[in-house]
Design a protein around this ligand. Structure first.
Ligand code: PMP
Length: 385
């Protein structure tokens, strides 16, 4: 077995969801909404299965979806894209991340990553023969320190992977910090692989800024999106990679041998969904903000310290500040087994364990699930303080 995978644990999301199923637990761990996405988009997909086409779509994605992606980002983010040469459809953002890393990296290259980080980045870049250099972000504001950032870049740096809004910290990388990364990319002639899957889940009047919009980055960024996140249908696995034509060409070469294509009916339905008005996405955000606030209030009433949440489906609680003197992993395992509440420990998002002790909770759930989840967390806290 390839040693990179031999030493790789199963992803924390699957492990915690498995334990949650076994224990019949409330699952605030893995990030999926408790509701199905918009009915009209699902009906569109169902009708497309019956009406077809059901054969291989073009390798880079159906023209209808690529046009819809370009139109959507132009209208809602001010990012201008040529759908013919700058958009590739993938089987989820996970595939887009893998294709981007495989397309850009060679053995011996270095990649800058920010911790905490999504768990697919590191094994995939190592599988491409590269090594990682880390920049650690810290609560409560998760800002990028210019000195640490500069120290992470070397003559061998080929790429940086960033994620904004950032899962699991629920923070956004602001314009200033994007510019810091951009300056290093320009200086070292690097590509940015910008994981923006949470771009529509930004709250309290904030706007998403794409790395494509940072100074000097239009020609050196691969922006990655996910229809699963945009439409609250995480099982759909339809992603997009948007980049300047030369980068898109390299990207598509890797994509063609990973999945080649993505089911055509889902592509048609996502194209239909992307044409929805700004109001549709605002309404979705409104629902998430209500859920975020309901959970945070209940958690605070139970004595938990809740970190600020600017985006994503997630909020974090600080165990130490909540009076629980225990590692995040130990708390998460005991909470699911003994109290029937699944969470995700932040340490899963780091290579070497952080000094903080945070667990991530998904609030894209019904009121009832959130209320019961907090009740069980309170019980866990009671057992473990
Ligand atoms: N990147 C991040 C930061 C994510 O949170 C996720 C999903 N949780 C993905 C990528 C994967 O997205 P997809 O399901 O479209 O593959």
């Amino acid at each position: 077995m390839n040693p990179i995978y031999a030493s790789q644990a199963d992803t924390i999301f699957d492990v915690m969801s498995g334990l949650a199923r076994e224990a019949g637990a409330i699952n605030l761990g893995q990030g999926f909404p408790e509701w199905d996405g918009p009915q009209d988009i699902r009906e569109y997909a169902a009708k497309s299965i019956i009406d077809g086409p059901n054969q291989y779509p073009p390798m880079r994605g159906t023209p209808a979806l690529r046009e819809a992606v370009a139109e959507h980002y132009g209208r809602l983010q001010g990012v201008e894209l040529d759908w013919r040469t700058e958009v590739t459809v993938t089987s989820g953002a996970t595939e887009a991340l893998a294709a981007a890393l495989l397309a850009v990296l060679q053995p011996g290259d270095e990649v800058v990553l920010f911790e905490p980080m999504y768990d697919s980045y590191l094994p995939m870049l190592r599988r491409a023969g590269a090594t990682a250099r880390f920049v650690r972000l810290s609560p409560p504001d998760w800002r990028i320190d210019a000195v640490s950032l500069e120290a992470a870049f070397t003559d061998r740096t080929r790429a940086v992977v960033l994620n904004t809004p950032l899962n699991p910290s629920a923070s956004l990388i602001g314009r200033e910090d994007l510019a810091l990364i951009a300056a290093q990319c320009v200086k070292h002639d690097c590509i940015a692989i910008s994981d923006e899957v949470w771009e529509h889940c930004v709250f309290d009047g904030a706007t998403h800024i794409s790395m494509l919009q940072a100074p000097g980055m239009r020609e050196r960024t691969i922006k990655i999106g996910s229809a699963g996140k945009m439409f609250s249908m995480t099982g759909w696995k339809v992603g997009f990679a948007c980049a300047a034509p030369k980068l898109t060409e390299a990207f598509a070469k890797a994509h063609q041998f990973l999945t080649f294509t993505t089911p055509p009916h889902l592509q048609s339905a996502v194209a239909f969904g992307l044409a929805k008005s700004r109001g549709h996405f605002e309404e979705m955000r409104g629902g998430l903000v209500r859920a975020r606030d309901r959970m945070a209030l209940a958690l605070r009433q139970e004595g938990f310290h809740v970190l600020p949440t600017s985006g994503t489906y997630f909020s974090a609680i600080d165990l130490q500040a909540s009076g629980v003197a225990m590692s995040d992993s130990e708390f998460a395992i005991r909470a699911v087994k003994e109290c029937g509440i699944a969470t995700i420990p932040f340490s899963a998002f780091y290579v070497s364990p952080p000094t903080t002790s945070l667990v991530r909770l998904c609030f894209a759930k019904s009121d009832d699930t959130l209320d019961q989840g907090v009740e069980r967390l309170a019980r866990a806290r009671g057992l473990m303080v």
